[in-house]
Design a protein. Structure first.
Length: 213
């Protein structure tokens, strides 16, 4: 059994940080995390296989914590961006710009969604070892702040929808549409389907407004 403590999550030792980064790198390369072996992770991190078990009880625990750690760092980065924006449209554009500039993070973001609904084997480690408030805090941040931003949009008169569930659904769909548009855009040689990012962003935002009006 590893000697995992939440200190490793909030302020990981260098070896833990290297293992976390190795996992994130594999995910960014679209590697199936369920096929990863501990030696794959430690090899990428440049440390011995046994080191992983000094900190973690299983591969699943290591992978889950790595995903959660990276997600939390990215969300903090996004929070800083949104805090600099005053109005609803700028905040929405800020979220879309962040997604566009962090294309390599799309896979990790989708993996976090899978973790949140329990569709991956690594969830077992998450539920058994990680304090509930830590996971829920990281997982809920975007949606909770999305609710606050959407309420701001309503107060600014951008749309008329008052149902918070419908607002949140439209918000999530806007985010997913941005990710999917970038992951599956046709090859640039097909001019009919070429769209500059500014147009994609504008379309995503306008679709959100139309859905909520």
């Amino acid at each position: 059994m590893g000697n995992f403590t939440m200190e490793y999550f909030f302020d990981p030792p260098e070896k833990v940080r290297l293992m976390f980064q190795a996992v994130i790198d594999f995910i960014g390369e679209k590697t199936d995390v369920n096929s990863l072996k501990v030696q794959d992770i430690t090899g990428r991190a440049g440390i011995g296989k046994g080191t992983a078990y000094e900190y973690f009880s299983s591969k699943e625990e290591l992978i889950t914590l790595a995903i959660l750690y990276d997600y939390s760092k990215k969300i903090e980065e996004l929070k800083g961006i949104l805090d600099q924006q005053d109005n609803f449209q700028d905040k929405m554009y800020g979220i879309l710009d962040w997604l566009h500039e962090n294309k390599s993070y799309h896979v990790t973001f989708m993996r976090m969604i899978q973790l949140s609904v329990g569709t991956e084997d690594v969830c077992e480690a998450l539920h058994s070892r990680i304090p509930k408030d830590v996971f829920e805090g990281a997982n809920a941040y975007l949606l909770e702040n999305g609710d606050a931003i959407l309420e701001q949009g309503y107060r600014e008169g951008r749309f008329t929808e008052t149902d918070k569930v419908k607002r949140r659904l439209a918000f999530v769909m806007m985010i997913l549409s941005m990710i999917l548009s970038q992951e599956f855009m046709p090859v640039p040689s097909n001019r009919f389907f070429e769209m500059e990012y500014s147009r994609v962003r504008e379309y995503a935002y306008e679709t959100l407004i139309k859905t909520l009006t």
